[in-house]
Ligand binder design. Structure first.
Ligand SMILES: NC(=O)c1ccc[n+]([C@@H]2O[C@H](COP(=O)([O-])OP(=O)(O)OC[C@H]3O[C@@H](n4cnc5c(N)ncnc54)[C@H](O)[C@@H]3O)[C@@H](O)[C@H]2O)c1
Length: 316
């Protein structure tokens, strides 16, 4: 297949492209603007891992540069688009909403319009558990009246809704995957798994928001990638599918697990919680199991162990 991935210099995108390269048989086109939301060297390193595959092409382009993106569609005629390129930090979205609106909503609608024009057979959109806001857990895809609590989540939900209506009018086959807190090797340095590991291993202080009873469904990167690969193999007219681990882990338990793995005590500074993130997330993954054969296999402990091992070798 000819597969165009956006955001392939980032955490999830670079792991996906590695898996596609290992599977073989695909033409892979990676489009990423390589922005400096976190250090560009991280993304350059991710990119360097992808270049040995002969049927791989990288374009450093903003997805909102529509003439350039259209040229890429013309040249490569992708059959599948996996759209992961986005501003991804929730906190920053609260101070720079316009940037997030352009990247997430503008970027998705422009890309899907081109995908439709170039008769892409399947458009896969990387969305987020954040669209569920503070609903009771577990989160199911059939939930309606979603009320996101951050600008990031609001624009992801707007993009989802636009894609749903777009599918009705254009018939662009569309799969929306809602990822739940993804962690693992080369993980994003603005996220808790990275920040906490870094602080514990360097003897620095962790900022613990709230009393530690908030919880997250942490999903190991290989499990997310296997879910995206399954989605590529199973085109739908339109589906929304959760990809999580189906285990809610409290912040206190998360920190304790890291202490156990690193054999070091965390130095904790408790700070007040905030309103722009959900208190709890937990994926109902029964739909993913049913329609994709998705089955996460990595426990938090095993995945964190791999992440800590990677961090010690590559970042200390
Ligand atoms: N990591 C998670 O826990 C998580 C959870 C839910 C959803 N997601 C979604 O998954 C996707 C990938 O996330 P990630 O963690 O790999 O983030 P990431 O920041 O590592 O990767 C995103 C990539 O998109 C690129 N990008 C941003 N705006 C762009 C634009 N306008 N044009 C071209 N490229 C652009 C960035 O340069 C970056 O390399 C994002 O859409 C994110 O919202 C991630």
């Amino acid at each position: 297949m000819r597969i165009l991935v956006t955001g392939g210099a980032g955490f999830i995108g670079s792991h996906l492209i590695q898996a596609l390269e290992q599977a073989g048989g695909h033409d892979i086109i990676n489009v990423d603007e390589v922005n400096d939301y976190y250090p560009v060297e991280f993304k350059q390193h991710n990119l360097s891992l992808l270049i040995d595959y002969p049927r791989y092409t990288f374009y450093q382009k903003d997805i909102n540069d529509l003439p350039a993106i259209e040229q890429i569609f013309q040249t490569h005629q992708p059959e599948v688009v996996v759209h992961l390129g986005a501003r991804a930090g929730v906190r920053r979205s609260m101070t720079e909403p316009a940037l997030y609106k352009t990247a997430i909503y503008g970027g998705t609608t422009g890309l899907a319009t081109l995908a439709n024009r170039y008769e892409v057979k399947q458009f896969i959109f990387g969305s987020t558990s954040a669209v569920y806001g503070n609903r009771p857990i577990p989160f199911t895809e059939t939930a309606t009246d979603l009320q996101p609590v951050s600008e990031y989540a609001k624009f992801k939900l707007m993009a989802e809704q636009w894609l749903q209506l777009n599918q009705v009018t254009t018939k662009l086959p569309t799969t929306i995957l809602r990822f739940f807190t993804v962690y693992g090797e080369r993980g994003r340095p603005d996220m808790a798994p990275y920040l906490f590991t870094e602080a514990i291993l360097r003897g620095q202080t962790i900022k613990k928001f709230g009393d530690g009873t908030t919880s997250r469904d942490y999903t190991y990167i290989n499990d997310i990638v296997s879910g995206i690969m399954a989605a590529i193999q199973h085109p739908f007219d339109f589906e929304i599918i959760n990809l999580g681990n189906h285990q809610a882990v409290s912040l206190n338990d998360f920190i304790a697990t890291l202490e156990d793995i690193t054999q070091r005590p965390a130095q904790i500074e408790s700070v007040p919680g905030y309103d722009w993130d959900a208190h709890h997330t937990l994926a109902d993954i029964s739909k993913a199991q049913r329609v994709l054969g998705y089955q996460p296999t990595t426990t938090l402990r095993a995945g964190l162990q791999r992440f800590v091992d990677w961090y010690r070798i590559n970042r200390l």
